[in-house]
Design a protein around this ligand. Structure first.
Ligand SMILES: [Fe+2]
Ligand SMILES: [Fe+2]
Length: 274
């Protein structure tokens, strides 16, 4: 099974830039790159911050851009989104409680997409109603389950980012612990950093995002730090027993060289030919 994760696409009014980069152009480039190199993907999940300001026009543009792709696209919302505005364009993505949550059948197990949005804040929330919904879904699933969400459920050790992480992290963690044997991996975004780790033994990872990049600035007390690291997305390979997560820096401008050979002779420097 191959899945793609895009995160933090931050669509803006066309022409507006963030960190000197135009998010619509970068989203298009990321899609083109993914369709060229990973047309065999079983799905693409975009883990939130779909629009930079939650504008309806951004969601309409997003809907057009993903309407005709050969890879099915699935969406989470993030703190930069506006749930009601998003649902006015994608009404079919509301669960029975009005949250943007869904369960997808995959070639290997299921994906569960979570809604960690809260009003008037950049922090994330996962209230009792959402926890009960997830508990029910995990209880009825045979697994393996791949969880997708916007906010990081584990502090990253950088103060300004940790102020806006998932605020219900203890309760969320308890639920992960309860179903740890079924949850194969958690994919998140939000931090604009390449991250990996584990929560109650369940691994998680995050790519930087398709537009602007952060920097792991451990000395920053108040402000988030930005960098010019390449735009990226994740490629996930999974089967019944394993998961592999790649960071594809599709914005990398340098050369890509195909050098050497896997032939045994090349591993013997006495016989190898240069
Ligand atoms: Fe973001
Ligand atoms: Fe975010």
């Amino acid at each position: 099974m191959k899945l793609l994760q895009f995160t933090d696409i931050h669509l803006t009014r066309p022409g507006d830039t963030i960190g000197g980069r135009e998010p619509n152009d970068n989203f298009r480039k990321a899609l083109d790159h993914a369709l060229t190199h990973h047309s065999d993907a079983d799905g693409l999940v975009i883990t939130g911050d779909l629009s930079d300001w939650g504008d309806r026009e951004d969601y309409q543009r997003l809907k057009e851009m993903i309407s005709d792709l050969s890879i099915p696209v699935h969406l989470c919302i993030g703190n930069h989104d506006e749930r009601d505005t998003f649902l006015s364009v994608f009404p079919e993505l509301a669960d029975e409680n009005g949250f943007v949550q869904s369960v997808l059948e995959l070639p290997v197990g299921q994906a569960i997409l979570l809604d960690t949005w809260g009003p008037d804040t950049h922090a994330g929330f996962f209230c009792d109603v959402r926890r009960q919904w997830l508990d029910d879904r995990l209880s009825s699933s045979a697994g393996p389950v791949f969880v997708f969400m916007h906010h990081n459920p584990v502090p990253i050790g950088i103060a300004p980012m940790d102020k806006i992480m998932l605020q219900d992290a203890q309760e969320f963690g308890a639920l992960v612990k309860k179903h740890a044997s079924k949850i194969r991996h958690i994919f998140h975004g939000h931090c604009h950093l390449l991250l990996s780790g584990s929560l109650h033994g369940v691994p998680f990872s995050a790519p930087r995002g398709t537009n602007h990049a952060g920097w792991p600035d451990f000395g920053s007390e108040h402000n988030l730090s930005a960098s010019d690291l390449p735009e990226s997305y994740a490629v996930v390979l999974a089967d019944e027993t394993s998961v592999m997560v790649h960071l594809v820096e599709y914005g990398y401008q340098g050369e890509i060289r195909r050098e050497g050979s896997p032939d045994y002779a090349d591993w013997n420097r006495l016989t190898m030919v240069r």
